[in-house]
Design a protein around this ligand. Structure first.
Ligand code: FES
Length: 61
């Protein structure tokens, strides 16, 4: 599913960035470019980051 329309970034790219160490919106922006244009995807990006972090670190989440 495309999350950031401006840059054509999908949820898989965001999940991969989290698996590679991204933990915040700015980390995702640096890793993928998502969220660096209009910003309308910010809420969705945060949701995917939180979901992926909880899957990777279920005790900490
Ligand atoms: S949809 Fe992500 S920056 Fe515009």
């Amino acid at each position: 599913m495309i999350v950031c329309i401006c840059h054509g970034i999908n949820d898989k790219a965001i999940r991969n960035a989290v698996s590679d160490g991204a933990v915040s919106l700015s980390d995702i922006a640096c890793a993928t470019g998502a969220g660096t244009c209009c910003g309308k995807c910010h809420d969705c990006v945060r949701e995917i980051v939180d979901e992926q972090l909880s899957m990777l670190m279920p005790i900490a989440a």
